[in-house]
Design a protein around this ligand. Structure first.
Ligand code: ATP
Length: 140
């Protein structure tokens, strides 16, 4: 292993992850990207999805992220997200309830404003991604 990078995932409320990682992949708006040590610096907006990283022992971790930005530098990745949770912290019942609410709103959307539709779609996407991450069979 050539070396590790420092991964920080931060929301307005808290530091969700502050760890060394062998590799980090994250959901940029232009697609998923991977960062190893020595990566060329870049900045991207994030879409709702999963940050995946391998810790120095090779353990695989998944973190839900929604909104915000990621900055990659040769020795670190910083994610500033609107919301983020480690896989183990995802409340599955809450995500299921959010999914149901969003589905109902979308079903009723005919009489609603476009902005409500977009909000319901975004909420649906957050709930689906949380459930997908929570259902991953591997730990962390
Ligand atoms: P909800 O309608 O249940 O609040 P949401 O998608 O609108 O879901 P967000 O705006 O993404 O929620 O997040 C608000 C806060 O609640 C954040 O701190 C986020 O980490 C937390 N959160 C939301 N849903 C869950 C969940 N299913 N499990 C754990 N934390 C959650």
């Amino acid at each position: 292993m050539a070396g590790t990078i420092k991964l920080e995932i931060v929301t307005p409320e808290r530091v969700v992850v502050s760890e060394e990682a062998q590799i980090v992949t994250a959901p940029g708006t232009l697609g998923e990207f991977g960062v190893l040590i020595g990566h060329t610096p870049f900045l991207t907006a994030l879409q709702t999805g999963a940050v995946r990283y391998l810790d120095p022992q090779g353990g695989e971790h998944f973190v839900f992220v929604s909104g915000g930005f990621a900055e990659a530098l040769p020795d670190r990745v910083t994610v500033l997200a609107e919301s983020a949770e480690r896989r183990r912290d995802i409340d599955v019942e809450r995500a299921r309830a959010a999914l149901e609410r969003a589905q109902k709103r979308l079903a009723e959307q005919r009489s609603r404003e476009a902005v409500d539709f977009a909000r319901a779609q975004a909420a649906l996407q957050r709930a689906l991604v949380r459930l997908k991450i929570a259902e991953k069979s591997r730990p962390q």
